[in-house]
Every structure is written in C-alpha cells, then in structure tokens.
Design a protein around this ligand. Structure first.
Ligand code: EPU
Length: 417
C-alpha cells in the first residue's frame, strides 16, 4: 500500500494537462459489450478503476488491451454473463455491465454492490427500469439475476436522477424493441458522452444530457472508435489547488462548460480565471473568502467536488455552510481535516466550516476517492509535513496525481508502505 508525503505551503505554479474522465470511461467501456467486434477508445485515463473494469470484461470473455491511453476491447467471444462479487465490491461501477449484458444476451447475473464509504447507494432504480422494460429480476444470494428474451421500450420515471442508473437503462434501451423514454434522467456530461458513444455505435438517442431522454431501440449495434471527454472533477480539483496554495496554474485540455457551478463558487471564493488557448489560467487569492455550497445533481455543484471545496473553505476568511444532499455519508474527510486543525462541525448533512488562517500537517487516512483528493488539497497548503495513508483510493480516480503536482512545484513523494 502506498502513502503520499506532502510538504505544504508552496505557491504552485505551472501547467497541468487534464486526463480523460473516469466516469465517462467506465460506462463507455461497458457499452462495448452491446456489439460484437473490436471497439477502440482513446484518452482513457490510467486508473485503477479502468484496470478493474478491464478485468471484469476479461472475466466475461472479452479481450481488453490497454496501452498509451488507448483501450481496445474485443467482444466477439463473451462466454460468461456474471459480474462476480470480488470485482463489484472493489468498484461499484461494475454494475454498468448489467444493462448491456441483458440487452445483448438476454441474461445477466451481477453481484449487488452493497453500501460503501459514502452511503448506502442502492440500485433499485436500475432494477425498476429494467423490470418495466420486461426483464424478470430475481435477487439470490447477493446477486441480481436478470432475464429477458428481448427488452421492450417503455416510459420510465426516476424518483431520483441517478447517473449510472440512467446509463444502464440508456444502454439497455438502445437494443430494446421500440421506444424508451427516460424521465427525470441524470444530466451529467458523462451521461451525454456515453450517449454520443452509443450514437456512434448506431443507437438512436435524443436528449441525453437533458432530463428527458428518448431512445429508439435498434436490432444491432456496431463497435465504436471514440475519444472521451476530459475529467471535470480532476479539473475542478486542480482549480481548488490553485485556490488553496495562492497558486497560478494553467489547466489545459479541459471543458469549462462542464464546470459552471464550481467556477462560479470558486470565483466567489476569490479565485481569478483567465481564458488561455486550450484551457484556463487559475490564480488563487491571498486568502480564500468563505462561501456556502449545496451539492446538487448536474448542473448543480457536484458532490464529487464537495470535499475539495471544503478543504479550501477550511482556511477561508469567515464561516461557510456546506450541505451534502446526494450521499448521506460523504463527510468522511471532516475528521481528517480536523486532525490538521480545521474547525468543522457536522449536523444533519450540513458542515459548518469556520475558516482558520493555516492548517498544520498531520498523518491522515484516505477513506474514499474524493475525500483523498481533499486531503491532498489541504496538505498542499498546510504548514509542515502531511502523510496520506491508503493512497489506493486516490489511484482509483486521479491519473498520475503526484507527477502532475511535482510538475507545478509541489513537494510530494510517494512511498511504498
Ligand atoms: N440512488 C437510489 N437508487 C438507485 C440509484 C441511486 O436511491 O437505484 C440514489 C443514490 O443513493 C444517491 C443518488 O441516488 O443518493 C444519486 O446517485 P447516483 O446513482 O447518481 O450515483 P452513481 O451513479 O452511483 C455516479 C458517479 C459518482 C458520483 C455520483 C453522483 C460513476 C461511476 N459514479 O455514481 O462518482 O458521485 O454519480 O454524481 O459515474 C466518484 O467519481 O468519486 C463517484 C463516487
């Protein structure tokens, strides 16, 4: 297990190149199962989660080759229709193979993901949608067994907009008979990116990225050759890093239109943004200004940025109120930030962050992906040395984080424990 040692307090300056989006890569890799043949995907980030979904596809009988940010996936010989507990428990997004396997092969057995560090995270809405499309769903020994000769198009309303739920049903509906309408669908850019990949496979989808999505099922899809969007959460994380270190960072290869809410909040916190060719220059203030935030589905402020924003607010001038409305337990970073001296209290899904002038380095434990990112953000501004243990959480979703940080002047070192 690796740990990260950070000596904070440096003003970070330089250029960072943003990687492909983890949460676009995972569903699009799963979508390759909808067609027989060899799909190619570019700009695939070198992440542990990508390796995990590659392992899952290999387990199903596909071939998965990954090199130089390119994934080639061959799906001619799918011999197994089961996503086993051992893989699903390490990555919940494994549930994304349910829709494609069921739609193409008429059957799938997928381990139930169970709860995780940030909340209960049920998949009832994925199953409700598939059932409405005519699938027979059984739960047995911790697995979902889904069967359908051919799924049928129908209208589906999500009580809560769910990102992977919308993606699973969009993939399933692409090969269903007739038209499916998804209402109150998730509008995240990663959903729209998956739809674009599916359209390149021959799917007929309208409205992805909006709350009503219409999918006209087709009999067959073809493999894709697709480049995914840049990671908006990695982009936002580096913006926060510029903010907390009073830095001056040029972020290249990002899509700013996916970050309206975080940019507005960061501007209110005193960060300055200047357009540059193929990116944005972000200049941090002497001290951030306190600012309230409530996480919301896209285009609201993303839950995946809440922890990093809280790290920034922990040294702001004034008190910030941060509300988490998507996941019930996404404040695991608070106890760790407190170890650095932060003054944060939590009550009913709301954190009150009283900004202090400086954080102090401390030994910390990463608990989930975005919590880990927030600890890195905090450590970069803290006085003295911070050690972040259980770095595998960070490696699930940030490509070469420490290399990118070193390039902009951070004092960061990875050590094997
Ligand atoms: N929900 C249900 N029932 C369902 C599905 C969801 O009640 O069947 C609830 C969840 O418990 C949660 C809310 O709906 O309270 C929204 O969850 P959603 O389904 O949208 O989350 P997800 O699809 O499991 C994706 C991302 C997460 C990101 C969330 C929210 C992927 C692979 N994961 O998860 O990313 O936080 O959307 O934007 O796309 C991360 O990258 O660190 C991460 C956790």
């Amino acid at each position: 297990m690796d740990k990260l040692i950070i000596k904070g307090g440096k003003r970070l300056k330089g250029e960072v190149e943003i990687s492909g989006a983890k949460n676009a890569a995972l569903p699009i890799i799963a979508a390759s199962l909808l067609a027989s043949g060899s799909s190619t995907m570019n700009r695939v980030p070198d992440l542990k989660d990508v390796i995990t979904i590659g392992k899952l596809l290999t387990y199903l009988g596909a071939e998965f080759h990954y090199e130089n940010r390119k994934a080639i996936i061959s799906t001619e010989r799918i011999s197994n229709l089961e996503a086993p507990y051992s893989l699903v428990k390490t990555m919940r997004a494994s549930v994304l193979v349910l829709g494609p396997l069921l739609a193409r092969f008429g059957r799938a057995r997928v381990s139930l993901p169970g709860g995780c560090a940030i909340g209960a995270r049920p998949i009832n809405l994925h199953l409700m949608g598939l059932e409405k499309m005519g699938a027979k769903i059984e739960l047995e020994s911790g697995y979902v067994l889904a069967r359908a000769k051919r799924l049928r198009g129908t209208s589906i309303y999500f009580d809560i907009p769910t990102v992977t739920g919308t993606e699973n049903l969009m993939m399933a509906a692409s090969l269903a008979e007739g038209k499916t309408v998804l209402e109150n669908a998730a509008k995240e850019p990663e959903v729209a990116d998956l739809a674009d990949a599916l359209i390149s496979m021959g799917a007929k989808i309208k409205g992805a990225g909006e709350s009503i999505v219409e999918i006209e099922g087709v009999d067959k899809l073809k493999p894709f050759n697709y480049s995914i969007i840049p990671d908006r959460i990695e982009t936002g994380t580096f913006m926060t890093i510029a903010g907390i270190t009073g830095g001056d960072i040029i972020i290249k290869g990002c899509r700013l239109e996916h970050l309206d809410a975080p940019i507005m909040k960061l501007r209110d916190a005193g960060l300055v943004f200047k357009n540059v060719s193929d990116g944005i220059r972000v200049i941090g203030p002497l001290r951030p200004i306190a600012n309230n935030v409530t996480t919301m589905p896209y285009p609201g402020f993303p839950t995946d940025m809440q922890a990093q924003f809280m790290a920034l607010m922990s040294i702001a001038d004034g008190t910030s109120i941060i509300k988490e409305t998507i996941f019930e337990n996404r404040f695991m970073h608070v106890a760790e930030l407190r170890r650095m001296g932060a003054d944060i209290t939590i009550e009913d899904g709301t954190a009150t962050v009283k900004g202090i002038p400086k954080l102090k380095g401390a030994p910390l434990m990463a608990t989930d992906l975005r919590a880990s990112a927030s600890l890195v953000v905090a450590a970069l501004a803290a006085e003295g040395e911070t050690t972040i243990h259980r770095l595998y959480h960070l490696d699930r979703g940030y490509e070469k984080m420490e290399e990118k940080l070193i390039k902009i002047g951070a004092n960061v070192r990875r050590v094997r424990e």
